[in-house]
Design a protein around this ligand. Structure first.
Ligand code: FUL
Length: 480
């Protein structure tokens, strides 16, 4: 009797297990956790600040006297407060730009803040900025220009050690660092310790592979590393503040900064079947220049322009890196503060109320008819759950019936990326009377895809996914 009972139990268990629906196979390549964490930051700020701020240049020659660097009221806490309050999750500081001037007291050069009048050579801005970020709970990132127009050894083999020593000082002294930014501008004329000449470097001069290994060995926390094409994040191929509408996260990377013909186009759209997951970052300045120039005070981008940039970067699945350069006082200028606050207001208003709450949501089919892959996963606001289809089903429809008719301005879609990026084509329709009207269409979706539509009154919305690399895995849909 006992035997009968236990075999009945095990049969029951087997049939329950047999019905367990397994998740879809991944579509390679996949993101690392550090890349996913970085993508979820959505907006970071760049701070360009060096002798250029005081000499009115964009690229300092490297021959500037340290005494020109003299902010009279520098207050990194103000930068952090303004940026945090307007939605930025991390700040990347130009610890050294092409002029070679260091905003910390580097042991390897005299061309640094320790020889400037700022706090009588005792004010170490890298420390002040990294502390302010830590205190406010936002990320601190490092820009260390590889091109150094001050260094006598630039373009010689010794410079690589010099660069690595400075990187070590920065990461070990002021980390943890959430992002490391390796600029692609290289070689040309400069002061170079008084040589005043033009220096060129070969494509493999920097030996990036070993510098990257060193950087990762210097902190236990994960950091993402940027260059034109990875290892973790890629440039987007322009500095105007947009990523292409088609935005694949993968590319076939060359080694850091090696530029093939046509590489701007490749990094602009990514490659549908690229071998490595290297998502794009959109870097753009709030002003025409990267550094502060009083002549550009009236040319600060408007809140509306910043919002457009947001829609064309974050809204297309990329991360925005917005440069906000402090002025000669060492403060974020009033005009920039106003623009940022205005931008935040537009953003908050646009995405205040997700109208999908209380809506009826249905899907064309569900993987194995299992609840864990069902349509309720689309609206639970949990990025780790997702609606999925059966393996062979690469098309699908999400239909949304709102509680009542209302004005719709935006539809937002999210793909579940831990199993790879899949969607190649989709469209959105709304029902007006008894007709379905097309209001948007697109290609890739990714981490977040915001579709701005002409305002329309409706209570029925249909998202059609018409093509994907494999079965669908969609983690969220929102309506505003
Ligand atoms: C470029 C630099 O040459 C600019 O000055 C700026 O720092 C921009 C973000 O990257 O390559």
């Amino acid at each position: 009797m006992k035997w009968l009972f236990s075999s009945f139990l095990s049969m029951l268990l087997c049939s329950v297990l047999a019905q367990k629906i397994i998740p879809p196979d991944p579509v390679l390549p996949l993101p690392s956790q550090r890349q996913l964490d970085w993508m979820s930051m959505e907006m970071n700020a760049f701070i360009h600040f060096t002798t250029n701020t005081f000499t009115d240049l964009e690229w300092g020659r490297g021959d500037e006297n340290e005494s020109v660097f003299n902010p009279t009221a520098a207050n990194p806490e103000q930068w952090v407060e303004v940026l945090k309050n307007t939605g930025f999750k991390g700040i990347i500081l130009t610890c050294k730009h092409h002029d070679g001037f260091c905003l910390w007291s580097s042991a390897y050069t005299n061309h640094s803040i320790k020889n400037s009048p700022y706090k009588n050579g005792k004010g170490y801005l890298v420390r002040e900025v990294s502390d302010a970020c830590k205190n406010a709970g936002i990320g601190f990132g490092i820009y260390l220009s590889p091109w150094d127009r001050n260094s006598a050894v630039y373009a010689k083999p010794e410079y690589i050690n010099y660069y690595r020593n400075q990187l070590t000082e920065l990461i070990a002294g002021y980390g943890p660092v959430f992002e490391l930014w390796f600029d692609g501008a290289n070689g040309g004329t400069g002061y170079y310790g008084g040589a005043n000449e033009k220096r060129q470097i070969s494509q493999d001069y920097y030996d990036w592979g070993n510098t990257i290994k060193l950087a990762r060995s210097l902190q236990k926390e994960e950091m993402v590393i940027f260059s034109d094409d990875g290892p973790d994040i890629r440039w987007v191929g322009n500095e105007q503040g947009y990523v292409c509408e088609t935005n694949w996260y993968s590319i076939d990377p060359d080694s850091c900064h090696i530029r093939r013909p046509g590489f701007e186009k490749i990094i602009g759209t990514g490659m549908e079947n690229g071998s490595a997951w290297i998502p794009s970052e959109v870097d753009v300045s709030i002003r025409p220049g990267w550094f502060y120039h009083a002549s550009e005070d009236s040319l600060v981008k408007s809140p509306e322009k910043l919002f457009e940039i947001y829609l064309q970067s974050v809204g297309r699945g990329a991360v925005l890196l917005l440069n906000v350069p402090p002025d000669r006082r060492g403060l974020i200028h009033e005009n920039d503060v106003k623009a940022l606050q205005g931008f935040r207001k537009i953003l908050d208003n646009a995405f205040k109320t997700n109208l999908i709450e209380g809506a009826k949501v249905s899907v064309s089919s569900t993987r194995g008819k299992a609840n864990e892959f069902g349509c309720s996963q689309l609206t639970d606001e949990n990025p780790d759950t997702y609606w999925a289809t059966d393996d062979e089903t690469t098309q699908g429809t999400i239909e949304i019936e709102l509680r009542k008719e209302q004005v719709i301005n935006y539809i937002v879609l999210h793909e579940y990326l831990k199993l790879g990026q899949r969607i190649r084509a989709f469209s959105v329709e709304v029902k007006i009377g008894d007709k379905w009207i097309l209001v948007a269409s697109g290609t890739t979706v990714g981490y977040k895809r915001i579709l701005k539509i002409d305002p329309v009154i409706t209570d029925k919305i249909r998202v059609n996914i018409s093509d994907a690399k494999a079965c669908l895995t969609v983690s969220g849909v929102e309506v505003f």
